[in-house]
Design a protein around this ligand. Structure first.
Ligand SMILES: *[C@@H]1O[C@H](CO)[C@@H](O)[C@H](O)[C@H]1NC(C)=O
Ligand SMILES: *[C@@H]1O[C@H](CO)[C@@H](O)[C@H](O)[C@H]1NC(C)=O
Ligand SMILES: *[C@@H]1O[C@H](CO)[C@@H](O)[C@H](O)[C@H]1NC(C)=O
Ligand SMILES: *[C@@H]1O[C@H](CO)[C@@H](O)[C@H](O)[C@H]1NC(C)=O
Length: 220
């Protein structure tokens, strides 16, 4: 009886520790790591390296923030933001200077209930069929940006945007992105660490639940 309880308590305590650790077992920025994996895959095929463009990364994050909550049971992002959202919502939110808004040559989105580390996100979520592989290898691209976001219990969303602009002249962020208030998730090329948005609330909520749990137990 008491052993069972201790086990349960241990399990419970341990599970409290898990959610805040979701992104933290990747040392750097997982979105930038995915850009590196994309470039490794391309250069291994003798295709040119893509410029890591923070403006595209920030818009990729905006795109999936909008689609959060639209992941089907088959891990398909069931979400079609209007084309105009890029110039009317995502770019202004990021502070992309509109005259530098270039051509988006492709996008890939994916979602899954659990967080996957960058190499698995690349092979299982983003580049998992012939269509996405041919998109990855399209010769029109010259730049790329990746965004990812997830609620602490999932699902998680990934988005890759490709563009064909010249380095540093398209999708330029005002003030080099210094003014972006990144509430959740992360994007490639950003110096801001990933954020889960509710990170600061979680420990307090957990403590509260723990307290309720102890009270309930005393009543029994
Ligand atoms: C997300 O799914 C809901 C319900 O199917 C739909 O009404 C909504 O338009 C979707 N969101 C986007 C941005 O497509
Ligand atoms: C590559 O992307 C461009 C721009 O989106 C598109 O027009 C073209 O058809 C693509 N090429 C291939 C081989 O898929
Ligand atoms: C590139 O990625 C695809 C999809 O994961 C994989 O099938 C292929 O082997 C990779 N190519 C190289 C050269 O790593
Ligand atoms: C783009 O800007 C970065 C940082 O300012 C710089 O290191 C890089 O050399 C530039 N690239 C090109 C092609 O101008």
């Amino acid at each position: 009886m008491s052993n069972n309880f201790n086990f349960f308590l241990l399990h419970f305590l341990f599970s409290l520790l898990l959610p805040p650790l979701v992104f933290s077992h990747t040392h750097g920025n997982p979105a930038s790591e995915i850009v590196d994996i994309i470039n490794k895959n391309r250069t291994d095929q003798k295709l040119p390296n893509l410029n890591d463009t923070p403006g595209l990364g920030c818009m990729a994050l905006q795109y999936i923030e909008l689609c959060k909550g639209n992941c089907t049971d088959n891990n398909v992002v069931n979400c079609k933001p209007p084309e105009d959202d890029f110039t009317e919502v995502f770019a202004p939110n990021c502070g992309v200077e509109l005259p530098t808004f270039g051509t988006i040559t492709g996008h890939i989105v994916g979602c899954q209930k659990n967080y996957l580390e960058p190499s698995l996100a690349f092979s299982r979520i983003l580049i998992k069929d012939k269509r996405s592989l041919s998109l990855l290898r399209n010769k029109s691209h010259s730049e790329v940006g990746v965004g990812l976001v997830g609620a602490h219990k999932g699902p998680f969303f990934w988005c890759v945007l490709f563009g064909n602009g010249k380095a540093n002249t398209t999708f330029v962020l005002e003030n080099r992105g210094a003014g972006i208030k990144q509430k959740q998730g992360c994007y490639s090329g950003s110096n801001t660490p990933c954020s889960e948005g509710k990170k600061h609330d979680v420990p307090f909520f957990n403590l509260f639940m723990f307290y309720v749990f102890i009270l309930l137990f005393k009543l029994l």
